[in-house]
Design a protein around this ligand. Structure first.
Ligand SMILES: *Cc1c(COP(=O)(O)O)cnc(C)c1O
Length: 238
């Protein structure tokens, strides 16, 4: 496991880069939320990150999120950032403050149904595949507007913005066109003023490209490797 001061230094470095990217694009660093992605990271390292000022944590698997939620007593802002299967909705709704990875009408319907059952308001982002072939998940950009229109007809769902996962790149700027495309799409959706829909959040940018994402308007960046180091996966994970 990494030493506490190593995690601290890495977080400081990421925060510095966030500030620089914000400044470069005439934005305020306070308007950008750093989500520490803790998939495969064990509780002691997460606690260290929380001690270093991290407040928002992102997990991509429901079981892992629920387990860690139970083990960590701190007041943490939990985000689900990975693909969500309908049979896991019931379990995760009480614990995830924002679900970044909603990418189908089928999932939207299932979320509404369970949200009504639990009498819980649910905040989501629509995951959009703006980079084409290379991403497995995400709705296609031309279906995004229809999705937003459908949210307007729901009672317990609030669509708060868009999220994307572009391909890994060698240089952050290579993904700029995709980030710009997501922002443009958010702008178009916002113009429609659908009920229960706002485009306050743009969740884009990971360790390899978060500076470029910020320059293109990201309000949430999801950073794992640059904080916790390379992930070590168990054999049954990917
Ligand atoms: C793992 C993951 C991240 C973080 O990736 P890093 O490259 O380690 O920063 C961000 N978003 C999603 C959806 C992820 O699954």
């Amino acid at each position: 496991m990494m030493q506490e001061n190593e995690i601290r230094e890495r977080i400081e470095q990421v925060k510095k880069k966030i500030e620089e990217a914000a400044k470069k694009s005439g934005r305020n660093a306070e308007d950008i939320t750093l989500i520490a992605v803790t998939k495969t990271v064990e509780v002691p390292a997460i606690l260290q990150a929380l001690q270093c000022g991290i407040k928002a944590v992102g997990e991509n698997r429901v079981q892992e999120l629920c387990r860690k939620h139970q083990q960590i007593e701190h007041d943490v802002d939990w985000h689900l950032i990975g693909h969500l299967q309908t049979n896991k909705i019931k379990q995760v709704l009480p614990f995830a403050n924002l679900i970044h990875s909603v990418d189908s009408l089928h999932l939207l319907d299932a979320l509404e149904k369970e949200a009504l059952t639990q009498n819980r308001d649910v905040k989501i982002l629509l995951q959009v595949n703006v980079s084409g072939e290379e991403s497995k998940f995400g709705i296609s950009p031309n279906q995004a507007m229809n999705f937003a229109e459908c949210v307007a007809g729901k009672q317990k769902i609030q669509l708060c913005g868009l999220m994307t996962v572009p391909p890994p790149v060698a240089q952050p700027y290579e993904n700029k066109p995709y980030f710009a495309k997501l922002k443009q799409l958010a702008f178009q959706i916002e113009q429609e003023h659908y009920q229960h829909v706002n485009m306050d959040i743009l969740s884009m940018g990971m360790s390899g490209d978060y500076t470029a994402a910020i320059e293109e308007g990201a309000t949430m960046v999801r950073v794992g490797t640059s904080i916790f180091g390379a992930r070590i996966y168990a054999a049954n994970q990917q």
